[in-house]
Design a protein around this ligand. Structure first.
Ligand code: ADP
Ligand code: MG
Length: 712
């Protein structure tokens, strides 16, 4: 007896090789297979007589094979299978390339249905490489003559094979699949039942029914996400956190000596955060502010308040360069406050103690960890290294996560969970302040990013000039180089970003391959720029794989104006703050998302000099130009993120892939109405039934969901 949980090993027709390929897609059971949805449908439902075919149009024809043979062309070393198909109105030639086995499958006299494009050549009209299916009495068509599902492409798993394996399984389990949505929701929304919807999503009877099935599953997908995040939020709100008193004098003492006036948006955000910290339940707040809007000072106020109340703050950044920069910046901002501040990265640790106001000392990892555990350290700044098992805080009350979008859902969850354990027993769990400059579209903050409280810094400090953004076509390359030389003459500095390289399909972990390929690209660009283009300038390069010492030196030299041009991978995408740099030059600009390009652009224009963002692209594609144009016309990171969502889909927002949302459903993450609808439904269900006791199937599915996004 088959059921949804039957593993695929037990199904005849799926050999071990295919099982492996399926596993790669996360498909292990019948259920997984059923929920591997087609990406689109090919409409082969329109059957026409041969007499009515039109050149260049897709048509579906049913007839009898008169003859079929395969020949081999010696010149091009190709197999060509030729057949003649006849119906009542005429006959047409069919040609297939390089599928000699077809003559074994299709014989003269067979009834065949084919769908494909009508072509015309020297020897008349023919069908080129059509999809075919033999007609057998009593057997439904699955490849032609209907709406045919097309699945996401994966090496070695064809849509044809998936259809072939799916159909009998769907027949076998017809009407036996338990309903996963509460009946009330189905009725209210007039959804298809799960059984009908599964059938219709794979083998739809009509476009309308395919759409109805999609609607149901889109709803369901979002509904689970909503249930999940709402329940997590409810759980979190029951936890205890340390209340950090709002200390107005302290804040005044901090703000007074700053070399600038805080913007109103900074003040408002700081107020919201400090008010949250006063509460006895853990804060979960996202501070969203465009690049250069000054999030660091706001976060520093929070860390200061916590430290002065006798607790610890951890400040985590996605890269070493940024962690280091924060360490310097925060140390400077807090130099009059008598605090111990530590830096912990992959390899190098530093420490700035109360006594050594402006001096930084190297410290052993062991000592740093000891101080952290004893609670002697007030603020610990670092990279992912902060969430290693060895790092234990004695009195952690606040975690600040900079550029939170660079951390996966998993890491964020781990951080929260572990920080609880790391705090010594039964201590309250820390408040969480995440920060991002990549604005998250509303549909996403309401769904996958959870139900965060949001603070917005929606204005830039005064006096910043608009950054001039230009797309540079190949013919203007030389004159642009001349322009850059002039900028350097004026004393300014230049960033050059090398194109992103997509991971290849070879062995080894994807990350490794990407970064080595990128190292190569950086080296080549560096050679070219330092030897040929700017032989008189001081050019340096930077990439993630350098040792921390090397990276530090390169950044320090750049900051101290010992370097004119810094060639880099996207490691400097986030947060890096060098006010004297005025040109951001990006090679292969089409390979980056708009939000990321906007981030790069944010590395310049950080002082009062006129700054430039120059986008180099060789791609003539219209879509590319259209995307890059959005960057020129908009300085608003939020609008760009929405645009990214519209053009490239939500899959590009980091962390989204982790939710394993099927491609076909991704679009629902753009649909604010749907998001709000699912959210209301989820809220209603939880209001009546917070533990979902009435819905064991929902509970079970949620459990699986948790596993799927690796939270357990
Ligand atoms: P981001 O929000 O991108 O992290 P930063 O916190 O790095 O921005 O701030 C960018 C720069 O702006 C820093 O050099 C910082 O000192 C400066 N800055 C922050 N707030 C203000 C302000 N209100 N007025 C002027 N400059 C500011
Ligand atoms: Mg920043």
């Amino acid at each position: 007896m088959l059921s949804l949980t039957t593993p695929l090993e037990q199904i005849s027709g799926i050999g071990s090789i295919l099982q492996k390929r399926l596993k790669k897609l996360g498909i292990k059971t019948i259920n997984d297979l059923f929920f591997h949805f087609p990406r689109r449908y090919e409409d082969f439902s329109n059957l026409i007589p041969i007499s009515e075919i039109k050149i260049n149009e897709i048509c579906t024809i049913q007839g009898k094979i008169l003859e079929i043979k395969t020949i081999r062309t010696w010149k091009r070393k190709m197999f060509i299978t030729q057949a003649l198909l006849q119906d009542k109105t005429g006959a047409i030639k069919i040609t297939w390339f390089n599928q000699p086995y077809l003559t074994k499958i299709i014989k003269g006299g067979d009834s065949l249905i084919v769908s494909g494009k009508v072509a015309s050549g020297k020897r008349g009209t023919y069908l080129s490489g059509p999809v075919y299916e033999k007609i057998k009495p009593g057997v439904d068509l699955i490849h032609t003559g209907r709406l045919v599902p097309v699945y996401p492409e994966t090496a070695g798993l064809s849509s044809r094979w998936l259809r072939y394996i799916l159909k009998p399984l769907l027949v076998n389990l017809k009407n036996k699949i338990p309903e996963s949505l509460p009946e009330k929701i189905i009725k209210e929304n007039k959804f298809l039942s799960i059984n009908k919807a599964l059938w219709q999503i794979h083998f739809p009877d009509s476009k309308i029914l395919a759409k109805k099935a999609q609607e149901r599953f889109s709803f369901e997908e979002l509904f689970f996400i909503e249930l999940f995040v709402l329940r997590e939020k409810a759980r979190l709100s029951k936890e205890k956190a340390v209340s950090i008193p709002f200390n107005l004098n302290l804040i005044k003492k901090f703000v007074g000596p700053l070399p600038f006036k805080l913007t109103d948006a900074q003040k408002k955000s700081a107020w919201q955060i400090l008010k949250d910290l006063e509460k006895e339940r853990p804060m979960n707040r996202l501070l969203e502010g465009d690049v250069g809007s000054g999030k660091t000072v706001v976060a520093t106020m929070a860390a200061l308040s916590v430290a002065k109340a006798g607790w610890q703050a951890a400040f985590m950044a996605p890269t070493e360069i940024l962690a280091k920069q924060h360490f310097q910046e925060v140390s400077k901002l807090l130099q009059d406050f008598n605090l111990n501040i530590g830096l912990l990265t992959g390899k190098q640790d530093q420490f700035r103690s109360k006594k050594l106001k402006n001096e930084v000392i190297e410290i052993s990892r062991k000592k740093l960890l000891e101080k952290t555990l004893k609670g002697e350290l007030d603020i610990l700044i670092g990279t992912h290294a902060l969430i290693q098992d060895k790092v234990k805080f004695g009195k952690l009350a606040l975690v600040i996560l900079d550029e939170q979008h660079r951390f996966g859902v998993e890491q964020r969850a781990k951080l929260l969970k572990e920080s609880r354990i790391k705090n010594q027993e039964s201590r309250p769990i820390p408040h969480l302040l995440s920060m991002t400059a990549t604005p998250i579209p509303r549909t996403l903050t309401l769904t996958v990013y959870g139900d965060l409280d949001l603070s917005l810094i929606d204005e830039l400090p005064k006096g910043r000039k608009k950054i001039i953004t230009k797309v540079i076509p190949p013919k203007d390359r030389q004159s642009t180089y001349d322009f850059i030389k002039k900028q350097v003459k004026k004393g300014r500095q230049i960033f050059v970003i090398c194109p992103r390289i997509e991971p290849g399909n070879s062995e080894g972990s994807e990350k490794e391959i990407t970064s080595w390929a990128e190292v190569k690209a950086v080296k080549e660009e560096y050679e070219k720029l330092s030897k040929e283009i700017f032989p008189d300038l001081r050019v340096e390069m930077l990439y993630g794989k350098m040792t921390p010492k090397e990276k530090e030196k390169i950044m320090k030299d750049f900051r101290n104006k010992k370097t004119d041009v810094l060639v880099s991978t996207s490691v400097i995408e986030v947060g890096v703050d060098v006010p004297n740099a005025t040109v951001m030059m990006i090679e292969g600009a089409e390979r980056f998302g708009l939000a990321q390009l906007h981030q790069f652009r944010g590395r310049v224009g950080r002082a009062s000099y006129q700054s430039y963002c120059l986008l180099f692209t060789d791609s003539p594609a219209k879509r590319t130009r259209q995307r890059l144009k959005a960057l020129i016309t908009s300085e608003d990171g939020f609008k760009l993120a929405e645009k990214d969502l519209e053009i490239r889909g939500p899959g590009d927002f980091s962390g989204i892939r982790q939710w394993g949302i099927p491609d076909l459903m991704m679009n629902s993450l753009k649909d604010i109405k749907l998001v709000e609808k699912t959210r209301n439904s989820a809220k209603e269900i939880l209001r009546e039934n917070p533990e979902l006791k009435k819905y064991p199937l929902l509970q079970e599915k949620l459990g699986k969901f948790r596993k799927r996004i690796h939270l357990e």
